[in-house]
Structure formats: structure tokens, C-alpha cells
Design a binder for this molecule. Structure first.
Ligand code: NAD
Length: 438
């Protein structure tokens, strides 16, 4: 079978490379000519561990190629995946489906033979039916069915998530599309991966239901952390005590500065809008959206408090810019809330991230000093703030940090350091939801 993927971003590129690793011939299409050019030259435009080897191997084997030419790649395809962005629409927070519908329209005119058009983008309920309508209106003679196949991969571990997922979800009403999708995921079926076939609407909702649930879980432990700080309890022990209960599980119980990234913020908002549109409300998720936005903003106050009430004229080292480790994705990263507010309060910022420096620059205010290492960033800093828990930062010794800094304030928003070691090094520690007593 031949597969075409429209949109070669974090999801499209990983999905394309992994399907080619399964043995299918995959063509990845993007309208960004510089991205396609880089990929053709063997360069990977995003930071994702292991992706360079996977792409190189499959491109060399002739199973994976990249093009700007949507028309010719769609013509031969058995399945066309739409993997374009669905950001929050400016102004109202609904998912912006303009890229999805534009892609559907472009695909429609070039369909030949039986084709399944699959939405892999995260899209609200009803989008698959609209895509089907666009395909049939634009090309009434097309022999085409639609399917929904939401993607659950996580940036930073995207390849193993795609190759060994907890489950695959496919929504379609068509027997023929069902058979094509089963064929595409056959390599995972052989590994006994659960493959859940549902209606289009159910499949679309599963993705939002899952992401919103995880966002609720993160916000729950963040609120527990707030409470721990007031009560002198330790949120890590609370999380452990909760997580050992198999009904709860230990994942997504790590307190921090609030969730960011390319999915949770926009998907929680879109789910709230979906509920409103059908005359309902999903008040738990509404509250999580409100709380998380406030939490990210409040992290700059936490830094200012830790610095003794002001950062005016102080040098603040920011370690970590990406929304999580092992990615260069800056979308809705807490750093984008924290840094501008600290600068507005008079701080000078020296920032370092192992992968996201290039992506961060256009999103942060003028005047940030970008460093080439963590050591350079903390050198003569008054305050150091851990925003992203890269392993590189975990490995830093608090004693070395204390020796390099001018001041002695460490704000650990990811709780990566042992409080006893930090205090032994002579640093004043502010962390999340842990008693400062050791
Ligand atoms: P992205 O912004 O990294 O990539 C989207 C790509 O689509 C861009 O390269 C853009 O140039 C291209 N594009 C847009 N319109 C096009 C068109 N008409 N023809 C060809 N190319 C086109 O987005 P992403 O992070 O890969 O996310 C894609 C979808 O997958 C979103 O709906 C997202 O919610 C969902 N998703 C993302 C993740 C993640 O971790 N990033 C995980 C699961 C699901």
C-alpha cells in the first residue's frame, strides 16, 4: 500500500517515518518549501530523538520521500493522512480547522482509484463528516471514504509511542476503509496492540477526552502542591501514595509550573468550546483551563518572592525554554509566560535550552541574553530558575552552581534537585509543593 501524509510537522514526519519503517511506501507532503528542501537533504527540521536515523534509513531504502507536489503524491495513494496543524483560533479558542479543510479541498481534485482520507490531526467532533462533504462536493466522482485516526504520540518519545502505542483508535463507518486501516496497522496488530474501531464521532472525541483527562490530572497534583506548601506536606510523597493505587496510577502526577505544549492548552480549550456549541458544559475542564493559565502566570511572582520581593536590576538565569525536555517545541511553554513578566519587573535574563534556542528567539522579548551552556547562563546570576527538566540540568551540581552564581536563590519549578544537597551548597531553594525543611 502507498501512503501520503499531508503536513510534515511533529506528527506527520514521525508518522510517515514510522509507516515507512513498517515497510509501506510513504510520501510526506508539506507546503513549506524550506522544510521539504531540508528533509530532501537529509536534515531533520525538528528535534526528536532517533528521528534522524529512522528517516535516513527509510529514505535510503526508497520507502520514504518528501515533496511539495501534493497532486502527484495523492494520485497513487491508497491512504492519505491529513496531519496539518489545528491551533486554537484567535479570539474564540475553537480549533482552527482552516488548514484541515484547505488540505481536504486540495486532496479532492487529485484522487484516483479507491482512497481512504484519514484525519490524524486532532479535530473536533464533526470534522470528519465535513471533510467527507468537501471531498464529495469538490470531486463528486471520487471513490473515497474518510476515517479518523487520532495520534497519541508524545514529543520526546514519539517514535516508540508510534511503534509501540498503548492503543490505536480508528473511526470510520466504511467497511472498505476499515480493511485499509487494519492493513496499515497490521504490524502493530501482530504485537497485540489493542486497535479500537469506532464511529467517526467517537474516535474524534476520544482524543479530546484523553488529553483533557491528563490535563485535569496534572492540574490536580499542582493544586495538591499548592496545598502542600500551605500545610508543610511533601507533594512527592502525596503523589507516590496516590499513584501506588492502581485505580489512579503514578503517571502525570508530577507537579510543575503548569502544562504547556502543542496539545493540552489548545485541546482543553477546544473541548470546552465543543461542549458549549452543543448546549452543554464541561465545567471540570473549564476550571482546569482557567487554573492552568493562572498558574503559569503566577510562576513569575514565585521567582520574585524567592528573590526577596524584587528582581529589579538582578540577573535571572533561566534553564530550559521548551515546554518539556527532549523537544524543541516552544508552543505555549511556561517560559513564554515567565520570562516577559520577569523582564517587565526589571530582571535581566540569561537563558539556555539544549534544543529550543532557535525556536525561542522569535517568541521572546528583545534583550534576552542567549547562552551557549547552562554554566554560562548561571555564571554571576542572582537567581537561577529551572523551567524545563532536561537531564543535563539534573546532572548539575548545586555546589558548582552556588560557586558560579553571584546570588544564592534557586527556584526549582520541576523539583529536580534534592533539597538537602541544595541547602548544603548554601543556596536558598524555592520548589513546588515540598516542605523546605530537611
Ligand atoms: P506542526 O505545526 O508541527 O505541523 C503541521 C505541518 O503541516 C506544517 O509543517 C505545515 O507547513 C503543514 N501544512 C499545513 N497545511 C498544509 C497543506 N495544505 N499542505 C501541506 N502541508 C501543510 O503540527 P503538529 O505538532 O505535527 O500537529 C499536527 C496535528 O497533530 C495537530 O492537530 C495536533 O493537535 C496533532 N497532534 C500533535 C501532537 C504533538 O505532539 N505535536 C501529538 C498528537 C497529535
Amino acid at each position: 500500500m502507498k501512503i501520503t501524509i499531508i503536513g510534515t510537522g511533529y506528527v506527520g514526519l514521525v508518522s510517515g517515518a514510522c509507516f515507512s519503517e513498517f515497510g509501506f511506501h510513504v510520501t510526506c507532503v508539506d507546503k513549506d518549501s524550506s522544510k521539504v528542501e531540508r528533509l530532501k537533504n537529509g536534515e531533520i527540521p525538528i528535534y526528536e530523538p532517533g528521528l534522524d536515523d529512522l528517516v535516513a534509513r527509510n529514505a535510503a531504502a526508497g520507502r520514504l520521500d518528501f515533496t511539495l507536489d501534493l497532486a502527484s503524491s495523492v494520485r497513487d495513494a491508497d491512504a492519505v493522512f491529513i496531519a496539518v496543524g489545528t491551533p486554537a483560533r484567535r479570539g474564540d479558542g475553537h480549533a482552527d480547522l482552516s488548514y484541515v479543510y484547505a488540505a481536504a479541498k486540495e486532496i479532492a481534485g487529485h484522487l484516483t482509484g479507491y482512497t481512504v482520507v484519514v484525519t490524524k490531526s486532532t479535530v473536533p467532533v464533526g470534522t470528519g463528516r465535513k471533510v467527507a462533504a468537501i471531498l464529495h462536493e469538490t470531486n463528486p466522482g471520487a471513490d473515497v471514504d474518510v476515517a479518523s485516526n487520532p495520534e497519541f504520540l508524545r514529543e520526546g518519545s514519539a517514535i516508540s509511542d508510534f511503534m509501540r502505542p498503548d492503543r490505536v483508535v480508528v473511526g470510520t463507518d466504511s467497511e472498505r476503509a476499515h480493511d485499509v486501516m487494519r492493513g496499515l496497522y497490521r504490524p502493530l496488530y501482530l504485537l497485540e496492540t489493542p486497535i479500537l474501531f469506532t464511529s467517526l464521532e467517537t474516535s474524534e472525541l476520544i482524543k479530546y477526552a484523553a488529553n483533557a483527562f491528563l490535563a485535569v490530572k496534572i492540574s490536580y497534583i499542582n493544586q495538591m502542591a499548592d496545598l502542600c506548601e500551605k500545610l508543610g506536606a511533601d507533594v512527592h510523597d502525596v503523589a507516590k501514595g496516590m499513584g501506588l493505587d492502581k485505580r489512579i496510577g503514578s503517571k502525570f502526577l508530577h507537579p510543575g509550573p503548569g502544562y504547556g505544549g502543542s496539545c493540552f492548552p489548545k485541546d482543553t480549550l477546544a473541548l470546552v468550546k465543543t461542549a458549549e456549541d452543543c448546549g452543554g458544559s464541561i465545567s471540570i475542564v473549564e476550571e482546569v483551563v482557567r487554573y492552568n493559565n493562572g498558574r503559569k502566570i503566577s510562576m513569575s511572582d514565585r521567582v520574585i518572592d524567592a528573590a526577596g520581593g524584587t528582581v529589579e536590576g538582578k540577573k535571572v538565569a533561566i534553564l530550559g525554554l521548551a515546554f518539556k525536555p527532549e523537544t524543541d517545541d516552544m508552543r505555549d511553554s511556561p517560559a513564554l509566560d515567565i520570562i516577559p513578566r520577569l523582564m517587565a519587573a526589571g530582571a535581566g535574563i540569561s537563558a539556555y535550552d539544549p534544543a529550543a534556542m532557535e525556536q525561542a528567539r522569535p517568541l521572546l522579548p528583545e534583550g534576552v541574553s542567549y547562552c551557549t551552556s547552562a554554566a554560562e547562563a548561571v555564571s554571576s546570576a542572582d537567581v537561577t530558575v529551572i523551567v524545563t527538566e532536561w537531564n543535563e540540568f539534573r546532572a548539575m551540581s548545586p555546589a558548582d552552581m552556588a560557586g558560579a552564581m553571584r546570588g544564592n536563590v534557586l527556584v526549582d519549578l520541576r523539583n529536580i534537585y534534592d533539597p538537602a544537597a541544595v541547602m548544603k551548597a548554601g543556596l536558598n531553594l524555592s520548589n513546588i509543593g515540598r516542605s523546605q525543611q530537611v
